[in-house]
Each structure stands twice: as C-alpha cells, then as structure tokens.
Design a binder for this molecule. Structure first.
Ligand code: CTP
Length: 391
C-alpha cells in the first residue's frame, strides 16, 4: 500500500524514522513530508537515506516546476500518517489552514489519517486542542496516543508520542478495513429521543450517542456513504453529507421511513423513548397545583417494526439493551423486529467506554467482553462487509 508519512516539529521525529522502517519492512511504499519544524530535528537526507523513501519539504512545494506536489501526493496515498503530530499542525488541520506542503496535502487528501500527537502536557490538555481533536476525529482522523512518560522538558506526564510498533499496528488494522464498504449506502440512526411532558420537561433515557458516533466514523473510514439521523446526544455528532437532527420518536420515525428505501443497510442504535405521556401540556405544569403527579403513558411507535413491509435488499442491524441476558428471548426479538444482526448488551454500557454482550444473527450467538465502542463498531461493519462479499 502507498503510505504517506508526515513528520512535524517534535523531538519524537526520531521515533518516526523507526516507524518508517517498520512500515517499509512490511512491504509498503513510503513517501515522506517533512515540515519546517520537522526538519529542525531530522534532515531530509537522513530520512530519505534511512527509509529509502522520497522525502519532500516546503522547498519542493514552492519550487517553480510543473508538478503540483500536494495534489499528486494526496492522490497517491492510500493512508496518511502524521507522526509526530504537533499542537500547531493539528490545529491547522482542524481549522482547514493550508499554508505549507503538509497541510495543503492534508486539505486535498480524502482517505483515512492516523495521527500520533506529541507535545507537553499543558498543551495536550489545553481546551483549544481538545476542541480541535473533536473536529479532527469527526473528520475521520484516527488517533494513537499520546502516552504518559518523560517529556523533553524534563517533566513526566501525558504527551509522549505512542511507540512506533503501536502506530504501525493501527495502520495495519485500518488498511485491512480499507474500502471494504465502498459503494454501500449506510443509514445510521443514533442518540436518544425525548417525549414532552410540557414545554420544559421531557421523558428520555441515558444513552450518550457514543456508539453511533463510532459507527459513523468507522463506516466513513471503510469507504461507505453514510447518512445519519441523530436524536439528542451528550457528544458532538460527527459530520456526514446528510445529517438530520431529530428530537421526538415521531420525528425519528418520519426521517427513518423516508431514508430507509435508499440505503443498503440500516444501523438502528438509537435509544428510542419507549413511552410518552398520553397528554402533552401546552403550559408548564406547576408544583403548587399538582404536588403529587401521576403520569399516564402510552408506548411510542416501533420504528424498526414499521419498516418491515418496505424491507427489500436492505440489511438491518439493531441493538437491544436488557437487564438479563436471555438469549432465547433476544433471538425472538431479533426475528420479530426484522434484524439481520442484533447486538445484545446490558445497561452498564450506557455512557461508558467498553461493552460486554452478544452478537446474534441467523447463525447463532457470539459472546464478547470488554470491547471498546470503536472495536464493536469495526466488528459490526466487518459483519456487513462479509455479508455483502458472500452475496
Ligand atoms: N427500537 C425502535 N423503535 C422503538 C424502540 C426501539 O426501532 N420504539 C429499536 C431500537 O433502536 C433497537 C431495537 O429496536 O435497535 C431494540 O430496542 P429495545 O428497546 O430493546 O426494544 P423494544 O422493542 O423497545 O423492547 P423492550 O420492550 O424490551 O424495551
């Protein structure tokens, strides 16, 4: 595969050379971009000699030759690796600034990017950078590290670039998934719905939307065309070409019904409010008037079940959150709701980073334990890719 390695200005630039060697030894084609800062730590000559790779700097970018280098490199690369990635380069990437060869290539490049931040702890924890990271991860950037350890300032803390072996591992994982969903249209529905009691109060649940966001990011990295329908979330939803924000179950139902016919697969990870008040008050209910309140609730429409009559070629992935892991009842739910794959998990999953549960499909059930939401997202998407490959 064609790997483009961007080296920016940090003392960890030395470690990038080891990363380059590992990737080259695994048989990949390598080209390197060295920023002005990067060239303060390693020279273009040492990089090209050690890695046997063409190495470019801003001098090549500004050279009066017919070659449009940033476009050529952006089209050539199957994967872009930024290691080390400094505060400055990450901020420029997030803001869409393109004033040198590296950032102009990033601006033109459309594939996946793996980046390994390296900086001092104060810079890593700065709210500005954390905001930029949200944007970068929303754009599909895959972060590796940083780790904790001794820093160039003599301090000990978080900010060290991840080890080259770990970065190479993530690169291989991404390459294995590369393009496996190209040409497929995915509709990913996530977040929680809210049902109004009155203009101020709502009935809802504790879903954060993190699982849906992980699915969106990985589906895009795997080359799928993703549309998303998003209820309320505790996180910033990653951008997709079509992104519809909804609040109530009725709004979600309408949006899903209108987008379902055009998709190849629907992933329904939304935490739909199962009940809504039978009467909604136009005015805010007052405590003085109603010191004891008894609510009358009715069930909301079942979105998945409403799709059954229009289901044709589409695959459907659904989730079920149960307090007990009764696999027989879960399999029944999978079939009744027309799901090709169902992820069964427990309420402990809400808002946390790892998931334990079972994957159920027509072949049976497979338990899993302690998977990160990113890993579960990859497994679900790989399941879809396999189904389509088998035809
Ligand atoms: N779902 C849906 N419409 C609803 C409720 C749930 O489409 N009104 C979807 C969820 O997004 C999920 C799947 O159905 O993918 C299973 O959700 P779950 O809450 O477990 O199903 P329910 O049928 O509501 O079952 P229960 O009565 O056990 O809560």
């Amino acid at each position: 595969m064609n790997l483009l390695l961007g080296i920016t200005g940090s003392v960890a630039a030395f470690k990038a050379l080891r990363l380059g060697r590992i990737l080259r030894d695994r048989g990949h084609q390598l080209r390197v971009i060295l920023t002005r800062g990067g060239a303060q730590f390693v020279t273009p000559l040492s990089v090209s000699s050690l890695l046997g790779a063409e190495t470019f700097t801003d001098q090549d970018f500004w050279a009066p030759v017919p070659r449009v280098l940033h476009i050529e490199l952006a089209r050539w690369a199957d994967l872009f690796i930024l290691a080390p990635a400094t505060f400055h380069t990450l901020s420029k990437w997030a803001l869409g600034l393109a004033d040198d060869l590296l950032t102009s290539t990033l601006a033109a490049y459309q594939g996946p990017v793996v980046f390994a931040p390296a900086m001092h702890t104060e810079m890593w924890t700065s709210p500005v950078l954390q905001q930029h990271l949200l944007r970068i991860e929303g754009l599909g950037g895959v972060r590796v590290g940083p780790t904790e350890g001794p820093l160039a300032s003599g301090d000990h803390g978080i900010g060290r670039m991840a080890e080259p072996e770990e970065i190479a591992e993530v690169v291989e994982q991404l390459l294995a998934l590369h393009h496996t969903l190209r040409g497929k249209k995915l509709l990913i529905v996530y977040g929680r719905t809210e049902e109004d009691l009155d203009p101020v109060r709502v009935i809802t649940n504790r879903s954060s939307g993190k699982m849906g966001a992980a699915l969106v990011r990985w589906a895009r990295r795997m080359g799928a065309e993703v549309s998303s329908i998003v209820g309320s979330t505790s996180i910033q939803p990653p951008q997709t070409p079509t992104l519809i924000r909804v609040r109530t179950t009725d709004e979600m139902l309408e949006a899903v019904q209108s987008h379902f016919p055009q998709c190849d697969a629907l992933i329904m990870v939304a935490a739909v409010a199962d009940y809504r008040p039978t009467e909604r008050h136009i005015y805010k209910r007052k405590k003085e008037k109603e010191p004891h309140l008894t609510l009358s609730l009715e069930t909301t429409p079942d979105i998945l079940q409403s799709l059954l009559p229009s289901k044709k070629h589409q695959l459907i992935v659904g989730f079920a959150l149960e307090t007990d892991m009764d696999l027989k009842a879960a399999e029944q739910k999978r079939k009744t709701k027309g799901m090709d794959l169902m992820v069964l998990n427990t309420p402990q999953t809400l808002g946390v980073e790892t998931v334990t549960g079972s994957l159920l499909d027509e072949q049976g059930s497979t338990p899993f334990e302690g998977w990160t939401k990113d890993h579960l997202a990859r497994q679900i998407l790989a399941w879809l890719a396999n189904r389509w490959r088998r035809g």
